[in-house]
Every structure is written in structure tokens, then in C-alpha cells.
Ligand binder design. Structure first.
Ligand SMILES: Cc1cc2nc3c(=O)[nH]c(=O)nc-3n(C[C@H](O)[C@H](O)[C@H](O)COP(=O)(O)OP(=O)(O)OC[C@H]3O[C@@H](n4cnc5c(N)ncnc54)[C@H](O)[C@@H]3O)c2cc1C
Ligand code: FES
Length: 283
């Protein structure tokens, strides 16, 4: 667990939210909004790709939300799907309104292990949000990595988040981007079908590849199985898990998966570590 720093350099208590205000709010998909936040005390919140914050909608509650911006620069960015009371309240906040921020928490994407390797990113729906900081890092330090590929699946064309940016990545020569949707009208010119279909057509060098996967749990299971079929080792594929969180510091047990705490030991784990836990029905 990392601790937030206050402007004086002291570590802030991990259960006490810092205050941030909304700089900008952008509608990204029918049910998803991106908030740009600025810490009200002026001290930026530093984090690693794949980490998350606990965001408070005051008077409503607190939820875990991954960072979705560039960890090297710019404001603190979170992309949120409005599904329940807290996420609805957060996505309705406008410029100048206040948010509580605890974090950053958790173990993120294996950027150091990926150095010198090909990197395969597989995202489903809003799962592109937690992978986006890793993409910024990969593109920002491009020479450190081998081939970089993003395979992205969304339900429908209108559910494609960061649409303009995905288009701009597609235009680059240093990242291969393939997008597919489950359902589309006649005006969609791209792939149709689930993201695992893109994997079966994609060439990978199993000895030299690290995979980072984020999306609904069922999608991640199928992606992991498709990657196993391609010969990728289970400890070379990393999945980001979601569970209900309260404390985010390994104290309350809300996010426990067998002997593992998602908040403290994850949310990013190798498939080798997750597989035995995911196969137990009650967990
Ligand atoms: C490490 C971590 C990172 C996360 N990162 C993000 C993120 O970047 N963006 C984001 O939007 N959420 C993220 N989440 C999920 C988030 O923490 C909340 O679970 C979610 O916002 C719902 O909270 P709520 O209180 O609004 O709704 P709740 O009251 O918890 O749920 C209301 C209803 O919505 C359903 N529901 C809950 N979650 C989802 C979902 N994801 N999709 C569809 N239905 C759902 C529930 O089953 C319930 O029926 C993350 C979770 C974890 C653990
Ligand atoms: S959220 Fe409390 S132990 Fe993980």
C-alpha cells in the first residue's frame, strides 16, 4: 500500500481522505464519465499504472476507482461507470465540486517486468480505463519495450471509451490497435465479435510477451484461456480484479479472495496466482 503525501512531505493517514475538486467532466460512453481532479492542497497525487483511489461522494459513500490518466503528467483522472448510488453521485459532479480522495492503493501493472518484452494489452469495455496509464507509460518510454499491441472489445460502437484517443493510437506506427464490438449497425466498418476472436488471429511470441488484461471477470477468464492456448505462461499474464472494498488497506476483509486481499496484494495479479482462487465457487 502506498500512502498519500501532504505538501509538507509527511505521509497522510490512509483512512483520511484528501480533498480534491473537479476541474472537468467529460461524457465518455452512454453510462461512463471521466473526471479530471485537482488536489485542493496543490500537492499532486503520484501513482503507478494500475493503482486505484478510494473516491468519496460526500453524503453518499466511497468506492474504489482506478486512475485512468497519464501518471507522468496532468491532472488526476478517473473514469467511472454510473451503476449504483456512489458511482452515480460521482459522475454527476460538475466543475468546482468536491471529492474525497484516499490513495493511491494497490499493486499495479508489471511495468518493470515488461521492459524488453512485447506487451499485449487486452481490454473489455471500461477495462480500458485502468490500462490507459500503462499505455501512456509504454508510449512515453517506447524504446524500453518490444512490440506493443492493444486488443479492445466493447459491446457497441457507442460504448468505445476514449474514442478519439483510440483512433489516434491506431494511426501510430509504434502500437498495434485492434477494436471489436459485440454488436454493430451497418455503418460500423470494424471487427464484430468478442475480443478473444482478436487473440486467436494475433501472432504472439510466448517466450517474450507479457499480457495485461482488464475487463469483466468472465471476459478475463476467456482471455486467459485463449492466451494459454497461444502458449503464454500463466505467470506472464496479469489481470486486474474488482471486489467490494471498504478500507483498501487490508484491514476489513471485504475484498478477501481466499488468503488474498485484492486491495493490498492486487488488484493486479498473475493468472497463475488467481486461477486456483477463481476456480473456488464461493470466493
Ligand atoms: C480496484 C478496483 C478498481 C475499480 N475501478 C473502477 C473504475 O475505474 N471505474 C468504475 O466505474 N468502477 C471501478 N470499480 C468499481 C467500483 O469500485 C464500484 O464497485 C462501482 O462503481 C459500483 O459502486 P456503487 O456504490 O455505485 O454501486 P453499488 O451499490 O455497489 O452497486 C449497484 C448495482 O450495480 C451493480 N454493479 C456494481 N458494479 C458494477 C459494474 N462494474 N458493472 C455493472 N454493474 C455493477 C451491482 O451488482 C448492483 O446491482 C473498481 C473496483 C475496484 C475494486
Ligand atoms: S478493502 Fe478492506 S481488506 Fe481490502
Amino acid at each position: 500500500m502506498s500512502e498519500a503525501a501532504d505538501p509538507s512531505g509527511r505521509a497522510a493517514p490512509p483512512m483520511v481522505p484528501r480533498i480534491a475538486h473537479v476541474r472537468r467532466r467529460r461524457h465518455d460512453a452512454p453510462d461512463a464519465w471521466t473526471l479530471e481532479l485537482e488536489m485542493s492542497d496543490g500537492a499532486p497525487l503520484r501513482y503507478a499504472p494500475g493503482q486505484f483511489n478510494m473516491l468519496t461522494a460526500f453524503g453518499v459513500g466511497e468506492v474504489a476507482i482506478s486512475m485512468s490518466g497519464d501518471p507522468a503528467s496532468g491532472p488526476l483522472v478517473h473514469t467511472i461507470r454510473a451503476v449504483g448510488p456512489v458511482s452515480h453521485a460521482l459522475t454527476r459532479l460538475g466543475a468546482g465540486q468536491l471529492v474525497g480522495v484516499r490513495g493511491p492503493f494497490g499493486v499495479g501493472w508489471p511495468m518493470a517486468q515488461a521492459a524488453g518484452k512485447d506487451v499485449l494489452l487486452v481490454a473489455g469495455g471500461l477495462g480500458l480505463a485502468p490500462l490507459r496509464p500503462a499505455i501512456y507509460r509504454l508510449l512515453g518510454e517506447r524504446a524500453r519495450f518490444g512490440k506493443v499491441t492493444l486488443l479492445f472489445g466493447a459491446r457497441r460502437p457507442e460504448d468505445i471509451i476514449f474514442r478519439h484517443e483510440v483512433e489516434s493510437w491506431r494511426g501510430r506506427f509504434d502500437i498495434d490497435v485492434e477494436v471489436t464490438v459485440d454488436h454493430a449497425g451497418a455503418d460500423w466498418r470494424g471487427h464484430v465479435g468478442v475480443v478473444t476472436g482478436l487473440i486467436s488471429r494475433h501472432e504472439i511470441d510466448p517466450a517474450a510477451t507479457v499480457a495485461m488484461v482488464c475487463g469483466p471477470e468472465v471476459m478475463m477468464r476467456f482471455v486467459a484461456m485463449a492466451l494459454v492456448d497461444k502458449g503464454l505462461a500463466e505467470d506472464a499474464m496479469y489481470l486486474s480484479m474488482e471486489r467490494n472494498m471498504k478500507c483498501a488497506i487490508g484491514h476489513c476483509g471485504h475484498c478477501q479472495l481466499g488468503p488474498t486481499f485484492i486491495c493490498r496484494d492486487g488488484p493486479v495479479f498473475t493468472f497463475a496466482r488467481l486461477k486456483p482462487l477463481l476456480s473456488v465457487k464461493e470466493l
